[in-house]
Design a protein around this ligand. Structure first.
Ligand code: GDP
Ligand code: MG
Length: 153
């Protein structure tokens, strides 16, 4: 995999879907130059969401987090590009929206940490695990964007 093919898992959470933020959030990634390689609107099972957030299972907010994630459809995506994982987190902003800088997704669209509209992988290793949990290999497409020569030198 070349440096420009790093992949990250981004999910618009149920509040983001309900609030009509799919378009604005996708635009941030498109405008930056990242390439969409997988996307679906999905309502995963409780077990799936508990697996997704397994590292947080001992946290006091875990039960609330899982019911929040079960409360409506989620727009699950894979975005590809140079440094996609780290830059995806920068586009998202801090976990607590009140600490997120204006110009970030959470800093522009959210207030409460338990309604922070969007998920993004926090490491390349976790991105691989999350992509494999949410998508089958055939759902993640390989395609050449005609923009790539204008985005990368
Ligand atoms: P993220 O990687 O920035 O999404 O943050 P974490 O992986 O630490 O937490 C996952 C998700 O759990 C966050 O995006 C929040 O929706 C939620 N969360 C994290 N910390 C808290 C908290 O202190 N209270 C509540 N209610 N939710 C939290
Ligand atoms: Mg996280």
């Amino acid at each position: 995999m070349s440096a420009n093919e790093e992949q990250t898992f981004i999910a618009i959470k149920p509040d983001g879907v309900q609030r009509g933020l799919i378009g604005p959030i996708i635009s941030r990634f498109e405008n930056r130059g990242f390439k969409l390689v997988a996307m679906k609107l999905t309502s995963p099972s409780q077990q799936h969401l508990e697996t997704h957030y397994a590292d947080l299972s001992t946290k006091p907010f875990f039960k609330g987090l899982v019911s929040y994630m079960l409360s409506g459809p989620i727009c699950a995506m894979v975005w590809e590009g140079k440094d996609a994982v780290k830059t995806g987190r920068v586009l998202l902003g801090a976990t607590n929206p009140l600490a997120s800088a204006p110009g970030t997704i959470r800093g522009d669209f959210a207030i409460d940490v338990g309604r922070n509209v969007c998920h993004g992988s926090d490491s390349v290793e976790n991105a691989k695990k999350e992509i494999a949990l949410w998508f089958s290999p055939s759902e993640v497409l390989k395609w050449k964007s005609t923009q790539s020569a204008w985005v990368y030198e």
